[in-house]
Design a binder for this molecule. Structure first.
Ligand code: FE2
Length: 293
């Protein structure tokens, strides 16, 4: 039997894609590149000092991490850094454009931002807990990555099938065989200071290479928020995996995470970004995993 929710979502997706096709045929400008191609890399819009600050605060140098088959994640709740993102004009304009002009919906921060470390041990036929197959994300999700290290052809990086975000035969939360399509694949090479914007209704995947560190922000139109998709125990497990693969000063990380947690109140209020301040049980669960494993 047809599931009414899935039908509603499917019609919503078709509507969004038709709109993307219409807007992308209009005159060229920076925003249109994003709607035309499905991604955009904005150069030098984050200060290198704040990137250095996060790297040293969370001991993110490559030598501190073991090779592993999983992504490692650490919630990023440092108020200074988050406030810089909240006040970044280009980021806010892009989010506003994508949600209000294209999807005609409000923009919600979906989950707290996180630092993502990928340091894969490359082996043939190994199974990775890293999204290496071509896929799409949640309905109306939009993502941006802030690289903390240079991303080039030797690094772990994101591949994006350019223009696939406008294809009505591609749906959210799906796995796809890229060979059945004829899309040009773009590699998201970038430098610290850049921001990679991704319309993740288009096909994308991770390509494994050398050590990569980045900060990931995810948005939706109000569906699939943290509480609906993740249990707080999952944050504890994330912390355990982080700690298992970390060989540096874990006490330093714990202390700085605690300090960031205490300073959560200094994060500026922003409409629909409440999840940042309202996820205390998740952060505490993460801290528990860092301390007691
Ligand atoms: Fe994804």
């Amino acid at each position: 039997m047809l599931n009414p929710f899935r039908v509603y979502n499917y019609l919503g997706e078709v509507y969004n894609k038709l709109n993307k096709n219409i807007v992308s045929n209009k005159t060229d400008n920076k925003e249109n590149f994003l709607v035309k191609e499905g991604f955009r890399i904005s150069k030098n819009i984050i200060s290198l000092e704040s990137i250095e600050h996060i790297i040293s605060r969370y001991h993110l140098k490559e030598k501190n991490f073991k090779k592993t088959k999983s992504n490692l994640a650490l919630p990023l709740i440092n108020s200074e850094f988050v406030n810089e993102i909240i006040s970044n004009q280009e980021i806010q304009n892009t989010l506003g454009f994508f949600y209000e002009n294209i999807l005609k919906r409000k923009c919600f921060l979906q989950v707290p931002p996180s630092i993502v470390i990928t340091n894969p041990e490359i082996k043939e036929n190994a199974k990775y807990n890293i999204p290496c197959s071509w896929h799409t994300d949640y309905f109306q999700e939009f993502t941006f990555h802030i690289p903390l290290s240079k991303i080039d052809k030797t690094s772990t990086r994101t591949l994006y099938a350019s223009k696939s975000h406008k294809d009505i035969f591609i749906s959210s939360q799906g796995l796809y065989d890229i060979n059945k399509f004829n899309y040009q694949v773009e590699e998201m090479y970038s430098n610290p200071g850049d921001v990679i914007f991704l319309d993740v209704s288009g096909l994308h995947r991770a390509e494994l290479g050398n050590y990569r560190m980045m900060i990931q922000f995810k948005f939706t139109s109000g569906n699939n928020l943290l509480n609906d998709i993740v249990q707080k125990e999952t944050y504890k497990k994330m912390a355990v995996i982080f700690k298992e693969n970390f060989i540096g000063d874990i006490e330093g990380i714990i202390n700085n995470f605690k300090e960031d947690l205490e300073n959560l109140k200094f994060i500026n209020d922003k409409e629909n970004w409440e999840i940042l301040k309202n996820s205390l049980p998740y952060y505490k669960s993460y801290l528990e995993g860092l301390i007691c494993s």
